[in-house]
Write a protein that binds this ligand. Structure first.
Ligand code: NAD
Length: 729
């Protein structure tokens, strides 16, 4: 396999084309890097070559490093393997940057330019940054940047060191620390690339032929170089570094090792010469890669998320692409589902009981599209197309020809049964019927269907257009075609699916509700609410439990509590939670929507501090628990529920348990998900902590038998249930 080829032209320009066979996007493997290295050696040694242009044979330049190769580097060679691998890349890129010039006089090098037809991410930008000039096509879909931080690592092939020296810490910060991506025009204004031109290869060729010795010398290799904005011990630089450190800590609360390591690499690197800085960058990169957090993040957020999106758990049945979807109920959820469907090119029939409500549901799409237009993300043409696909009506006859129905009417068995029958009277015999219920068992709702084998749960999260996860629920009678249909639908609307079996609250809500309840319960115990919220955030939860219930609304919590109590009878264990929750509802404090909840809100609905009235009703306990204790309660109450879901066969794949937890409710992404978190901790330690918690707080913390067994055998979740273990079985 050849990833890179070189064509030497009569004009003296060697064009190196990156075109990885069998892939739609170039990614760099270590073999590929070896090929590029040999081609660069060849071009530099060849007297007929005056300059080099590096480009791509695809519509885009490159998507980045092959993250599987990064994971492999760690598995094969440990820390030394990672460090050596990274230093190898540094050597290659530095060779391109110095391009054969005399290290003393900085003369005699061969000009190298990069020509980017489209997207250039990660190493796909680090490589161009090592060349002497970057040309990009004016491709508005192209994304240029360094998104590594989003999967728990940081740019480690010189991107960190080069960008900071090129732009200064302040300008480089959003690109490095937030993984901010730009289109070519914005990338040029940010100083990431040099020129946006219609034919980047032609422009790059012309440039290399005209470049002078001085054009090839990077500022940091020239005499008297000073870092833009100053180094840490320069008065201006000092404030920048101080601010950057504070900002990173404020955003990550110390739980993301990559952000911290990145900052250390920048700080330490800025105090030493360039080549030493690269070595420091490689050391910190190795440090991050050896941290289990980064391995878990890459595994869940990249490898496994990708595998699930590609249909890792799709039954082997023919393509089930959805052409016409009928959505019953045009409320908050129905309107959102209509938008994402129409946006993906699917025809939509949006039904509600009255025309006004159906129209309001369609108007929701209009609102989102208008916002897109004002932000220049949507064209008028696209707006018209999407709206043209949505037929808002009260007439069930319009459902004729729908191959999928998604029901999102009121959460009421009777109402749902009625609309199920009405729809089934019209839709084709082989259509699939899905319900978006969040709490009612699929088996129960399927009783209203004359075709329970074609009945399934497709559970969206709110707001539908933003939330990436969709939970597909297989009822006891649901057939494979229905599962495949749901998966193909989720693929069409470009979200990430998990497939779980039918059980109370399915998977996500089963874990979220105990998290919220534990926080509410602590309020009742007199734990300082600020401690509860901060403990959660310092474990990397995006929202504390009290903020989360304010967002989802307290009356919904009351409704769910009442229904759960009715279903469980004497086994109901959350009375202490209800004492707090029902009292809040009695005060009319329903959460953000009523501008009053566990938090106070201003007139405009903006969240302020935690509500002072909590103290009067729930006096502070004298001895406050320490931070770790609160964190353990909040984390284990979720993670143990995930283990029980696995033990009971609700989850059949821990990859889904982890990816679903991060995308569905933001379970501490740094940990890679609840199973990843438990693996970092170790089953034995988990049992030890939960035993203590169970003794103090009750059986909800009792370790499931599965966890105990794993502790005894010294097993990990990925060791026992991971895809490799599954394959071997
Ligand atoms: P909603 O009250 O905003 O919308 C329900 C809509 O259904 C209303 O527009 C109502 O007029 C319509 N409707 C009621 N009876 C009907 C009938 N017989 N025929 C046609 N239309 C009818 O509720 P929602 O928040 O959109 O929730 C809808 C469903 O989605 C519920 O099952 C809910 O449990 C589930 N769900 C909600 C969320 C959430 O966060 N709100 C998340 C996941 C799932």
């Amino acid at each position: 396999m050849t990833d890179f080829t070189m064509q030497k032209g009569d004009d003296g320009v060697a064009v190196i084309t990156w075109d990885v066979p069998g892939k739609s996007m170039n990614v760099l493997s270590f073999d590929g890097a070896g090929e590029l290295d040999r081609l660069i050696d060849d071009a530099l040694a060849d007297e007929t070559v005056k300059g080099i242009v590096i480009t791509s044979g695809k519509d885009d330049f490159a998507g980045g490093m092959d993250l599987n190769a990064i994971a492999g580097m760690k598995d094969a060679g440990g820390a030394q393997g990672v460090f050596d691998g990274v230093m190898g890349l540094h050597a290659l890129l530095r060779k391109i940057e110095r391009a054969g010039m005399d290290p003393k006089t900085l003369k005699g090098g061969k000009p190298v330019a990069a020509a980017l037809p489209g997207t250039a991410l990660g190493i796909g930008l680090e490589l161009p940054l090592a060349t002497h000039r970057i040309f990009a096509a004016p491709n508005p879909r192209a994304k240029i940047g360094l998104p590594e931080i989003n999967v728990g690592i940081f740019p480690g092939a010189g991107g960190t060191t080069r960008l900071v020296r090129k732009l200064g810490v302040l300008a480089a910060a959003p690109i490095l620390l937030e993984g901010k991506l730009s289109d070519p025009a914005a990338a040029k204004s940010a100083g990431l690339i040099d020129e946006v031109v219609d034919d980047p290869v032609a422009a790059a060729k012309a440039w290399v032929l005209g470049a002078s010795d001085a054009d090839l010398v990077k500022p940091w290799d020239a005499k008297g170089y000073k870092m833009p904005g100053g180094t840490p011990y320069h008065p201006a630089g000092f404030t920048t570094f101080l601010g950057a450190a504070a900002m990173v800590h404020g955003k990550t609360l110390g739980v993301y090792p990559a952000a911290r390591a990145l900052l250390s690499a920048v700080y330490e690197g800025s105090l030493v010469p360039f080549d030493t800085a690269l070595k420091i960058e490689a050391r910190w990169f190795t440090n991050v890669l050896m941290n289990p957090s980064s391995g878990n993040m890459i595994r869940s957020l990249f490898i496994n998320k990708g595998a699930l999106e590609k249909g890792a758990n799709r039954p082997d049945v023919p393509d089930q692409t959805v052409r016409k979807v009928g959505i019953l109920g045009a409320g908050m959820m129905g309107a959102g589902i209509a938008y994402v469907s129409a946006n993906a090119g699917i025809d939509v029939v949006l039904i509600d009981a009255v025309q006004d409500a159906a129209d309001r549901g369609k108007a929701y799409s209009e609102g989102l599209l208008d916002k897109g237009i004002s932000r220049k993300k949507v064209t008028e043409e696209k707006r018209a197309q999407v709206l043209g696909r949505i037929n808002a009506t009260t007439d069930y006859a319009a459902l004729e020809g729908c191959d999928l129905i998604v029901e999102a009417v009121f959460e009421d068995v009777g109402v749902k049964a009625e609309v199920t029958k009405k729809a089934e009277a019209v839709i084709p015999a082989d259509a699939i019927f899905a319900t978006n219920t969040s709490t009612l068992p699929i088996g129960e709702l399927a009783k209203a269907s004359s075709r329970p084998g074609q009945f399934i749960g497709i559970h969206f999260f709110s707001p539908v257009d933003k939330m990436l996860l969709v939970e597909i629920i297989r009822g006891a009678q649901t057939g494979d075609v229905a599962v495949a249909k749901a998966l193909d639908f989720v693929r069409q609307i470009r979200k990430t699916p998990i497939v779980v079996n039918d059980a109370r609250f399915f998977y996500a809500n089963r874990c979220i509700i105990p998290y919220i309840n534990e926080g509410v319960r602590m309020v009742g115990e007199g734990v300082n609410p600020t401690l509860i919220e901060n403990a959660a955030k310092m474990m990397g939860m995006p929202l504390g439990p009290l903020q989360l219930i304010d967002e989802t609304s307290i009356d919904l919590g009351v409704k769910i509590a009442k229904a759960t109590k009715a279903a469980l009878g004497g086994e109901y264990v959350d009375t202490e939670v209800d004492d707090v929750l029902f009292w809040m509802a009695d005060q009319g404090r329903m959460g953000r929507k009523s501008k009053s909840g566990f938090y106070a809100y201003d007139e405009a609905g903006k969240r302020q501090d935690l509500w002072e009235g909590l103290d009067a009703q729930f006096p502070r306990a004298e001895g406050q628990p320490d931070l770790t204790e609160v964190q353990q309660r909040l984390m284990f109450v979720q993670a143990l529920e995930a283990v029980r879901a696995l033990e009971q066969g609700v989850l059949t794949d821990i990859r889904e348990g982890d990816v679903g937890a991060i995308l569905g409710w933001g379970f501490a992404p740094w940990s890679g998900g609840p199973f990843g978190w438990l693996d970092i901790l170790g089953a034995a330690r988990a049992v030890e902590v939960t035993e203590r918690l169970a003794g103090k707080y009750g059986d909800r913390f009792a370790a499931p038998a599965l966890l105990r067994e794993m502790a005894e055998r010294g097993e990990s979740f990925y060791g026992r249930f991971g895809p490799q273990a599954k394959q071997a079985a």
